[in-house]
Write a protein that binds this ligand. Structure first.
Ligand code: ACO
Length: 327
């Protein structure tokens, strides 16, 4: 039993924040940000926009492109670390906005590889007999709400955005070919959000100590990201009995251009086989891969039969890859 994406869409907020804008408010430079990360600008959600607003816009585009009505959906899953609130799930809020009821809707959290984990989850759900035939998967973040605007180590990296995919069961040769997921909770303390959960509930103290903002040991995260992005890509290829030369497109998580380049080099791919948009959006965590796929679709870059390799790494640590035949 296979699973195929039949429609993909994205939404990014209108507000563009350039490196030059950040130079004015913190001790950083366009030169540092571009050479260390590849980021030139990113999008910020407006104060009245929450995650479900971005998700709804991305979902509308994906459904229209798929030719699927909201009422034809059997399940809605949202992958995010920045939900509107702890509960109800952002997926339920999106369901309400879509004007449908009585479908399962829930959020899942696997940080940056959330969309990759979500694809595997959908693959499982859609294989449960006829219970679910059509699913909506949204990778989406409003990371600017959890990043410290005064911390130059992180504030230059992240942006907001949302990407959505409509998936169906499909027994043809198109769709997901192989998948691989991994994780290592021992390394969770290298990238985390200390306060606001049951371990450290929000208090005046946590706010004073800026513990409601994400913390990252960038250099260590970088090292593990390089290792697992490369390894995940090789594992899904091996599982499929394919080699890097078979890949039409590498669509990596957009966290840092140097991580993307090292993954590409390990696979021996030329730059033109890798889709990169980190310069425009920065790191949008779970949204980065579906936003990239949606842009590629809009630009006519994805052709039926293309072999597309998705690969990601993030907090947890979590990592994974999906190999698919586009169609
Ligand atoms: N502007 C100017 N200087 C800066 C900035 C900045 N914005 N940020 C840091 N620096 C300085 C540091 O203070 C340091 O100065 P020092 O040597 O005097 O102490 C110097 O630049 C080097 O800092 P490093 O952290 O070593 O820089 P590095 O080359 O490692 O780049 C970066 C930092 C971009 C964060 C990189 O480590 C990285 O991309 N890490 C991985 C991020 C990632 O993949 N995250 C995964 C997913 S995110 C998620 O799951 C939500």
């Amino acid at each position: 039993m296979g699973v195929r994406i039949i429609g993909i869409g994205h939404y990014v907020p209108d507000k563009v924040v350039t490196n030059q804008d950040l130079e004015k408010i913190m001790d950083t430079s366009d030169e540092w940000i571009v050479t260390r990360t590849g980021i030139k600008e990113r999008r910020y959600a407006s104060p009245d926009q929450a995650n479900s607003d971005l998700s709804y816009e991305a979902a509308r585009v994906a459904l229209a492109r798929a030719g699927v009505r909201p009422q034809d959906l059997d399940v809605i899953v949202v992958a995010t670390v920045t939900p509107d609130m702890s509960f109800p799930a952002t997926a339920c809020l999106v369901q309400a906005r879509l004007g449908i009821r009585e479908r399962p809707c829930f959020d899942m959290e696997a940080a940056c590889p959330g969309f990759i984990y979500g694809l595997e989850l959908m693959r499982g759900l859609l294989s449960l007999g006829d219970t679910y035939r059509t699913g909506l998967l949204i990778g989406t973040e409003v990371l600017t709400r959890i990043m410290d605007p005064l911390d130059r180590n992180t504030a230059v990296l992240f942006g907001d955005g949302s990407g959505a995919a409509v998936l169906v069961k499909d027994d043809s040769e198109f769709g997901i070919i192989s998948t691989y997921l991994g994780g290592d909770g021992e390394l969770g303390n290298l990238l985390y959000l200390p306060a606001g959960g049951s371990r450290m509930p929000t208090s005046e103290e946590t706010i004073k100590n800026r513990q409601h903002y994400l913390k990252m040991k960038g250099r260590e995260v970088f090292r593990h990201a390089v290792q697992w992005m490369q390894q995940s890509a090789l594992i899904v290829l091996e599982k499929a009995g394919m080699s890097p030369e078979d890949i039409t497109w590498l669509v990596p998580h957009q966290a840092n251009i140097r991580i993307i380049d090292s993954t590409r080099e390990k696979l021996g791919l030329p730059p033109e086989k890798v889709y990169v948009n980190i310069d425009k959006y920065g790191n949008t965590s779970a949204a980065s891969i579906p936003i990239a796929l949606s842009e590629m679709q809009e630009k006519g870059l994805l052709k039926k039969g293309d072999i597309v390799l998705l690969v990601s790494f993030g907090a947890g640590f979590t990592w994974g890859a999906v190999l698919m035949r586009w169609g």
